[in-house]
Design a binder for this molecule. Structure first.
Ligand code: SF4
Length: 393
């Protein structure tokens, strides 16, 4: 398993696979061939079909400037749905050609090799992590401490999460793009309809972070940009409203990272490969684990909370309207954080009766994702993206 630094990436939205990943690919081309006078970057599959809404071409042009020509190839098929090919030219001669794949959460491969991500943990799945923790009589956050020193990094991660929420709560107006979606975090935050305080606050925090992402602002992938509102909302709530110490929040981030990394290693966190269950379902599992840890539940409770959180997202489609990470994405983050609390509640009383392990639900999620039609995997060809019409309000 890789470092949690590869899971929690601090960067700019709106998409880890469609913005951050292609950004890293462009940076690679620029750094490797600084003397090139022309780059041609061709986007395929999901990157082509939803690239405009995800601002993929903009990030490539931002890095490679006017030397780059970006081509959207809507027809050709590549092995992976998030493939881009970069060609490098000098004096009219092709110097080199690289095939990049944006694997989700900002991870990329170049010519078949996954970049910049050494193995850090010796675990294949959650069962192995659990056995290690029980054998050594340590909590899950301590498992992380045994393999990497990340406290300073996680401080930055949480600070970035906090700042995004505060900015989001204090910004009004409309999100970028043609959908003319109104920002809602501040509307929810200032609404005085009687409702349980927790629901009110968590929803507004999740909207705030997700709206910052949709605006292309600085956020943390948790585990992706599209699902970046869920875990921050819960952690901010514990820190800001329940006055949990920062140290505890950092520990919860560690616990959540193990869940996210198990999913990333054994399945996928890419909506283009496995649908929204792999993005928002993963964030729900991570958040349910974090909440369970903060509530003082044990390792079996944590596992079951993460399992419940994923199980009831199975089959969830990715169908962003016009490719923007706005509808259904932002609202989905708010619903998801509430569901994470429900999962924790069920785990607190039903763990001993549970029948399905976390590893089993991860395997199930992946196979379900592979079986999903490509119309429902970040292509904007099915679901809401297909049936949405401009006449809707
Ligand atoms: S629908 Fe889900 S997977 Fe698809 S872009 Fe939105 S958040 Fe990401």
């Amino acid at each position: 398993m890789k470092s949690l630094k590869n899971l929690y990436r601090i960067g700019y939205g709106p998409s880890s696979s469609h913005t951050m990943g292609p950004g890293y690919c462009s940076q690679f081309l620029k750094d490797t061939y600084p003397d090139a006078d022309k780059y041609i970057v061709t986007l395929y599959g999901s990157l082509a079909l939803t690239g405009k809404g995800h601002l993929t071409d903009l990030i490539i042009k931002k890095i490679l400037k006017d030397k780059v020509k970006v081509i959207f190839d809507y027809k050709s098929k590549q092995e992976h749905p998030n493939t881009l090919i970069g060609e490098v030219y000098k004096d009219g001669t092709l110097l080199n050609r690289h095939t990049f794949v944006s694997l989700g959460g900002g991870t990329i491969s170049i010519d078949g090799k996954i970049c910049f991500e050494p193995e850090v943990y010796p675990f294949k799945n959650f069962q192995e992590i659990k056995e290690y923790a029980l054998r050594n009589n340590i909590t899950l956050d301590r498992v992380v401490d045994r393999f990497e020193d990340v406290d300073e990094y996680l401080n930055q991660v949480f600070l970035t999460m906090e700042k995004a929420i505060v900015r989001g709560l204090n910004t009004e107006g409309y999100l970028p793009g043609e959908l003319k979606v109104r920002r809602k975090a501040s509307i929810i935050f200032h609404n005085d309809t009687p409702v349980e305080k927790r629901i009110h606050l968590l929803s507004s925090y999740a909207y705030a972070s997700s709206e910052e992402n949709a605006s292309g602002n600085k956020i943390v992938t948790a585990p992706t940009c599209g699902s970046c509102g869920v875990l921050p909302a819960a952690l901010y709530y514990y820190y800001h409203d329940l006055s949990y110490p920062l140290e505890k929040i950092i520990e919860a981030l560690k616990v959540a990272s193990l869940i996210g990394n198990v999913i990333k290693q054994n399945a996928s966190i890419s909506g283009a490969l496995a649908g929204c269950q792999s993005e928002i379902g993963s964030s729900c599992s991570m958040t349910a684990a974090a909440i369970s840890y903060l509530e003082g539940l044990n390792i079996n409770n944590i596992e079951y909370a993460a399992e419940v959180a994923m199980e009831h997202h199975l089959g969830l489609t990715c169908d962003p309207i016009k490719g923007y990470v706005q509808i259904p994405c932002i609202e989905r983050n708010a619903v998801c954080v509430l569901r994470a609390f429900d999962s924790c509640y069920l785990a607190s009383i039903l763990t001993d009766l549970s029948k399905v392990s976390f590893d089993t639900v991860v395997k199930t999620m992946y196979q379900t994702g592979l079986d999903l039609s490509s119309s429902y995997k970040e292509t904007s060809k099915g679901g809401l993206a297909k049936f949405y019409s401009k006449n809707e309000k």
